[in-house]
Write a protein of this length. Sequence first.
Length: 317
Amino acid sequence: MHILEFEKPIAELEGKIEELRHLTDGGDVNIADEVARLQTKVDKLLRSTFAKLSPWQKTQVARHPDRPHALDYIRGLITDFTPLSGDRCFGEDNAIVGGLGRFRGQSVMVLGNEKGHDTETRLKHNFGMAKPEGYRKARRLMEMADHFQIPVLTLVDTAGAYPGVDAEARGQAEAIARSIETCLDVRVPFVTAIIGEGGSGGAIALASANTVLMLEHAIYSVISPEGCASILWRSGENAKDAAEALRLTAQDLHKLGICDAIVDEPLGGAHRNRDQVMQSLSAALDGALRDMAGIEGGVLRARRREKFLAMGRGGLA
């Protein structure tokens, strides 16, 4: 497992536990008792460490390479998943995955940013940074869901839209704007979960939903801390200061009314217990969909639009 800087004291204790588990009882030391004592110490240190994470440390957890990504959640939460590809205009973009499936027996259209877990898959999925064809594919699938009256679930985890020259040449800004427009236009229940990093317009293009959920250690911001630091301080070394100023944590955004609910993560982050975070997110998604059950499509659309207009007017708590 990849160890973050602030996790090193925890990792040292866990290393000692692993060493002890490979020993046999002997002498004056009871191995089982010592392991139990150290495990209690690890749990206490995890709890105290993760209870007071700074925004920059939260950013590191949100980007943790072992953290579950969109395809992991799709495999864990969606049955009978059928991937759908292409924007019917230019081509396929693997940075955004999507398709039809069943969530707790209900048909859904699910979309998500996929970052990949190793060098091969990260390159394949372009580190979760979509090009215009990715957002046009998202728009196509959301319109399909609207046509067949199927709820939309999106799993957001991206540093932002791909900033390359080829993406700009194919209309990146227009594609993002059209995707946001479609988010605000569909007449079906729409739930978003920020599962890791929600960066800039690349995230908003999939996250303009009726209900926006955030995992406990996820982040969501108009720009990355590094990007903000390079603009304001002309140096990426001030990323920690930028993270503080951006108020990008789930806790800050819940207070501001940008996200509607925070989904608890396992002690130490989602990467430490995937089954537990799957169960927590499943319950949160199910609750959000149940809250919208039976509401007429026009009302859903009007409420969604009003939600985001209120943010612009400063009408949130």
